[in-house]
Write a new protein. Structure first.
Length: 633
């Protein structure tokens, strides 16, 4: 085996908001990727609208810089647990990782996830303790916590010996000495060149390039982002396209690009170890191999963790479909299905399964945020959808029903310790660790059933007055934990179609929290508020005030209507109950019952009550019989 000393491939991995994309910005600036007079936005790699709005990285992206005479290909990965598939995909492209950890927060659940994946792939790690300038930085403790995490993840003696740098990515400096402020990122580039191994290849082996990502160009169509393991890709040559189904067919490399800073540069050839973009295969997908035409040998396909959440996505079936405000332009089942199929091409952690209805599909993913991002993207593209409540994906192992578990890290002020402990106990959470740093804040670590966290974030932020910080990541499977009762309040449901009035809403706001304001068109079965009690309540939000010729003593009083609670798409998915769903259009997010007809819903509730009473009577009879038998003895 030989190595390319002029090349390094490295991924930056970390928990969300620990500074990955900001560090990439600084690396690009200090290596001359931008002109001195060029105005560049912060977090330049977060180019998507949703990424900029939410302040997170959603898709893994690669860029390249030149430092110390070496080309460094950098893969920026998401830090949110829901996009773990992007992290796993990015790790297949590199030979080492930079592990960023916040100097105050320390390692969090996603830090554990990305480090576990890096150690499983036998990738060397450089630890970068970021944000050392924070007033509450605790650098020594954080380094110790990371060392313990390595041991906890069964790192061997070679992996546990990792270099440590201390950085301020926003200010653009890093240093190897603790407590000393640096001047630039020179020590970081030195560490990458020294500790990240150069790509190794067999000069006698035929071409092998793994498709790790996809992109699109308006000029040449779909681009396959490949990591070349052996051989050389050349523009214009014919290669063997090894598909996931085992078939092999010839394909021509019509265009070939390599990355330089933020641009793709056309090239005639790309050698081993390089990350290149290839055009010419309009149907290529992630995990396939481009191999030598004479000796095609496929590489192992990319394997990612299985989804843990599922929800039903179908066409908009409400009475307001295709009307009101900015109406959607894509309403049919065929359009929705084609869009979901297109998403599967580039999203390795997503699954789409059919249901018993031809206009709805089961979409499986890693978490609520990932599924909400998909729906929000489709909404902005003009789709109108009906989205069901997220449910957990279960499995049967040796006859035992199992459900996914999440490792939860919660940071809260001391004052809210009791209420948070109570909330997680209701969701059958098991406390793993509690740490009080003596700063007025407490960190709790729990293992909680994934279904217990559906809808938890909104309640958690409400109870902690917005001060609490919550992070979680998939943490294995456990036997089914039993029934959870997490939704305490019922819904106020419109019993007819019409436009809401101030008079009707004034009477309803005393019974709970309103979700709509006056002048809003509603329909039978649509949720207009949250009942203060646990049962469902049918209401008339369109009732008008009757006019008479009798002067009222209160006629001059000003009626004050409490502003309605406006839910985002993610909050709406958390809020709805088992028999409810969300209507998503380009102009509105409405909550509704799955069954709109009030009469049908009443019969269903009656059957449920009858079944519960029968089960309770049978249980009482069994207990009475058992007591009689004991008394007879």
């Amino acid at each position: 085996m030989e190595a390319r000393d002029d090349l390094r491939n490295v991924a930056i991995v970390a928990h969300v908001d620990h500074g990955k994309t900001t560090l990439v910005d600084a690396m690009l600036r200090q290596t001359g990727a931008f002109r001195s007079n060029e105005e560049v936005a912060d977090r330049v790699l977060d180019s998507g609208d949703l990424e900029r709005e939410k302040g997170i990285t959603i898709l893994a992206k690669n860029t390249a810089v030149r430092a110390r005479g070496v080309k460094i290909n950098i893969v920026d990965t998401p830090g949110h647990a829901d996009f773990g598939g992007e992290v796993e995909r990015g790790l297949t492209m590199v030979d080492g990782v930079l592990l960023l950890v916040d100097a105050s927060e320390g390692p969090l659940p996603q830090t554990r996830f990305v480090l576990r994946k890096a150690l499983e792939a036998r990738l060397p790690v450089i630890l970068v303790v970021n944000k050392v300038d924070r007033a509450d930085a605790r650098v020594d403790q954080v380094v110790h916590e990371v060392e313990e995490l390595f041991l906890d993840l069964d790192a061997d003696e070679h992996q546990i010996d990792f270099p440590i740098l201390y950085a301020n990515a926003r200010a653009g400096w890093a240093t190897t000495e603790r407590g000393v402020e640096g001047t630039d990122l020179g020590p970081l580039f030195d560490a990458i060149v020294r500790w990240i191994p150069a790509p190794e290849f067999d000069p006698a082996a035929p071409l092998q390039a793994l498709v790790c990502n996809l992109d699109a160009s308006p000029y040449v169509g779909r681009l396959a982002i490949c990591r070349i393991y052996h051989g050389t890709l050349r523009k214009g040559e014919t290669v063997a396209w090894c598909k996931l189904d085992g078939t092999v067919e010839p394909a021509r490399v019509t265009e070939l690009y390599v990355t330089s800073a933020l641009e793709r540069v056309a090239t005639d050839e790309a050698g081993p170890g390089e990350i290149a973009a290839v055009a010419g295969m309009p149907l290529v997908t992630i995990g396939e191999t481009l191999a030598d035409a004479e000796h095609p040998v496929a590489l192992p396909a990319i394997v990612v963790d299985e989804p843990s959440l599922t929800m039903t996505v179908g066409i908009n079936t409400s009475p307001l479909a295709g009307s009101g405000g900015v109406a959607g332009t894509k309403l049919t089942a065929r359009q929705v299905k084609n869009r979901l199929d297109a998403e599967l091409v580039g999203n390795v952690s997503l699954r789409v399964n059919p249901t018993d209805r031809p206009d709805a599909w089961e979409v499986q993913g890693r978490g609520e945020l990932q599924l909400a991002v998909l729906v929000e993207t489709m909404r902005r593209e003009g789709f109108e959808l009906t989205v069901g409540k997220p449910q957990v994906v279960t499995r049967t192992n040796e006859g035992v029903l199992e459900e996914p578990m999440e490792r939860v890290a919660v940071d809260v002020p001391d004052d809210y310790l009791g209420i948070v402990t109570q909330l997680l106990a209701l969701r059958k959470g098991l406390m793993v660790e509690m740490v009080n740093h003596g700063t007025g804040w407490v960190r709790l670590e729990y293992r909680v059933p994934a279904r217990g966290l559906v809808g938890f974030r909104t309640e958690f932020l409400t109870e902690t007055r917005g001060t609490g910080v919550l992070h979680h990541v998939f943490d294995g499977w456990e036997p089914w934990c039993g029934e959870l009762r997490t939704r305490r309040n019922g819904s106020m449901v419109a019993d007819r179609r019409g436009v809401t009035t101030t008079h009707a809403l004034m009477n309803l706001q005393d019974r709970g929290t309103l979700l709509v304001g006056p002048g809003v068109e509603v329909y039978e079965g649509m949720l207009v508020g949250e009942n203060a009690r646990s049962e469902e309540m049918d209401v008339n939000p369109t009732k008008e005030k009757k006019l008479t010729n009798v002067r009222s003593s209160t006629a001059e009083e000003l009626e004050r209507l409490t502003p309605p609670l406006t839910l985002s798409l993610e909050q709406a998915l958390e809020f709805i109950g088992e028999d409810e769903c969300v209507e998503v259009t380009p102009s509105a997010v409405r909550l509704r019952k799955v069954v709109l007809d009030r009469t049908v819903r009443g019969r269903q509730r009656g059957r449920v009550r009858s079944a519960a009473q029968s089960a309770q009577s049978a249980q009482s009879a069994r207990e009475a019989g058992a007591q009689a038998e004991v008394g007879g003895r």
